[in-house]
Structures are given as structure tokens and as C-alpha cells.
Design a binder for this molecule. Structure first.
Ligand code: SF4
Length: 321
């Protein structure tokens, strides 16, 4: 395991629960990935990336559909990609794309023995000529202007880290364009008798997709929003202070071999992926890898394969629109 590389995800994991960090980044234990565990966030990301690389909207939708975990999510993500294209085709964020899926690794502190790494979705020129990072996210939250979603980004760790990361690659960026798409919470509904139902029949996938598309057409700003998230020098300095403190804490845990549990985080954003073995006080050293898990050698696989952190946060199926 490379314990000297920190990503926004690994730092966030430690801050949420040091024991969870130990499972994921020290022991390298991960749940075995199956198609139904690849999330809709990754599928959406695959389609947007394809569009940025010049694919047609049909090709991008096909790519997203193929990456979707199930039939219903395939419809949801197809609507999101076509909806995103429809929403922004007359107002592209960038007049020129300079780089996509750009991996960075750099030392935020001179002479440190640790580095920070990440993968930037897009670097491009804004219509006014400035160079900016583009980040594409899925969300389950309110995206209206001034909502907490946007307020939090003003202090977001990943935004600051990616600005420094892009600069380390030689791009003189000073801002980030955050492009958020809300996950449709609609589910296939029961058909009425007039529609041919009455015995538990639900609408087919075509009808379901049409209803999502209609909802997107009625309230595009509810589903798709974009904002510039600036980073001032004082923001970057505050980020560095936070970063150094968290990394020191991680390294102190490693030296002591103590990874405290934060049981407040066990059920936050859905169940922790280690809840079963952790609650059973499972010992990997004496009992081996728990069932349903595997040991990975690359704990930062998101830097090399097309996945996003959004997949951890799709709670929209439970939320009503
Ligand atoms: S189950 Fe709870 S205490 Fe254990 S690793 Fe997960 S969040 Fe931490």
C-alpha cells in the first residue's frame, strides 16, 4: 500500500472515521466489485467524459447505459446525459478543452515525504480566456443558487486540492467550474386501469424515461446547475493548514498502530462498507479476508479507472421530487 499518497477521498475517509481509513487504505480491504455495485455516478461520468472527448450524444448515452448498474439506472443515467447535453449545448462552459482526465501528484509542502494526488475531469479555457478546472458531479441535494450545496464548495477540500494539482501540472488556473446534475428520484410507477394497469403492472422503461425527460423539461434548473467556485490565496492557505494537520494525524495513527473508531459515521450516507466486519470486531490478521471482500494492491484505483466519488452518495431513490 502506498501510505505516502493522499487523495481527497482518502483524507475525507480518515476525517470521517480513522478505522475506516485503516480498512480501506492501510489494509487495502475492499468489497468485491460486482456490476450492481458500480454506481450511477460513474456511469454518468463516463457519458460526460465521452461528450468532452467529442463523442456524439448518442454515443455518450450508449457509454453511460453500458456502465449503469441495472436497467432502471440505465434509463436514469441516459436521461441525465441527454438532459445535460440539451441543457448546456447552447452554453458550453469552455471555449476550448485543454485536457481531460488529468492525473496529478505533487508535494503541497516542500521537502515533505508525502504527496497529494487526484484526477481532474477537465481543464479548459472559459469564454473570457481564463483557464479553469471543470468538475462534473451528481447530487441528491438542492442545487438552487445560494443552497448549502454551493456554500459548502466555497470551503471544499477537493476544489482547493485540484487547483493546486492543476498548477503543479503547469496550468495557471484560479477557478473551478462546478457542473452538477441532480439524480432523478422518480421510480417506475404503477399504471392506472385506463393505462392498462390494475394488477400491479408498472410503466415500461420507455414510459419511465419519457416521464423523467418531461420532468427535466419542466424544471431544468432543478436538475442541472453550474457555478464558478473561485479560490483566493487565503483559501489555499487555509486548505494547506487543514491538510498538514490531517496528514499529521494519519501518520501519527500509523506510527501508533491506532485507528480510532468513529461510530457516529457507521450509518452516515448509508451503511459504512465495513460495518459487518467492524461491528463483529473481525481481525484480518488472524481470520484472513472477510467474505465478500478482497485485498487490493492499488488503494487509489480511482486515479486510473473511470470512477467517481459520487457513487457513495446516491440516496435519491428514497427521496421524493
Ligand atoms: S463501521 Fe463505523 S466504526 Fe467501523 S469503520 Fe465503519 S464507520 Fe468506522
Amino acid at each position: 500500500m502506498n501510505s505516502d499518497v493522499f487523495t481527497s477521498s482518502s483524507l475525507g475517509t480518515y476525517q470521517a472515521c480513522p478505522r475506516r481509513y485503516e480498512w480501506a487504505y492501510v489494509l487495502g480491504i475492499r468489497r468485491i466489485r460486482t456490476p450492481d455495485r458500480l454506481g450511477i455516478g460513474s456511469a454518468y461520468h463516463a457519458g460526460i467524459e465521452a461528450l468532452n472527448l467529442g463523442a456524439t450524444v448518442d454515443q455518450a448515452i450508449a457509454k453511460s447505459r453500458n456502465a449503469a448498474p441495472n436497467e432502471i439506472d440505465a434509463e436514469r443515467v441516459a436521461c441525465m446525459v441527454s438532459g445535460w447535453h440539451w441543457r448546456w449545448r447552447e452554453a458550453p462552459a469552455f471555449r476550448r478543452v485543454l485536457a481531460t482526465e488529468k492525473v496529478f501528484e505533487f508535494k503541497p509542502v516542500k521537502r515533505s515525504r508525502w504527496t497529494c494526488a487526484g484526477k481532474i475531469d477537465v481543464i479548459g479555457e472559459l469564454p473570457d480566456g481564463r483557464v479553469a478546472i471543470g468538475e462534473y458531479k451528481t447530487a441528491s441535494e438542492d442545487l438552487s443558487p445560494g443552497s448549502d450545496y454551493w456554500r459548502r464548495l466555497l470551503i471544499d477540500r477537493q476544489v482547493s486540492l485540484y487547483v493546486l494539482g492543476a498548477r503543479s501540472l503547469g496550468y495557471d488556473v484560479d477557478t473551478v467550474v462546478y457542473d452538477a446534475a441532480r439524480l432523478p428520484g422518480l421510480k417506475p410507477r404503477l399504471l392506472t386501469r385506463r393505462e392498462g394497469g390494475g394488477n400491479g403492472e408498472r410503466e415500461n422503461m420507455e414510459q419511465y424515461a419519457a416521464r423523467i425527460a418531461e420532468s427535466m423539461g419542466e424544471k431544468p434548473d432543478w436538475y442541472f446547475a453550474r457555478a464558478e467556485i473561485p479560490r483566493l490565496p487565503r483559501d489555499i492557505e487555509q486548505f494547506r493548514t487543514d491538510l498538514v494537520h490531517v496528514v499529521k494525524s494519519v501518520r501519527a495513527s500509523g506510527r501508533a498502530g491506532v485507528w480510532p473508531r468513529n461510530t457516529d459515521a457507521c450509518r452516515r450516507w448509508g451503511a459504512c462498507p465495513y460495518f459487518g466486519p467492524c461491528a463483529d470486531c473481525y481481525d484480518v490478521e488472524t481470520s484472513g479476508i472477510p467474505n465478500g471482500y478482497e485485498r487490493v494492491t492499488d488503494v487509489h484505483a480511482e486515479l486510473t479507472i473511470g470512477e467517481t466519488d459520487d457513487d457513495d452518495h446516491d440516496n435519491s431513490a428514497e427521496s421524493a421530487e
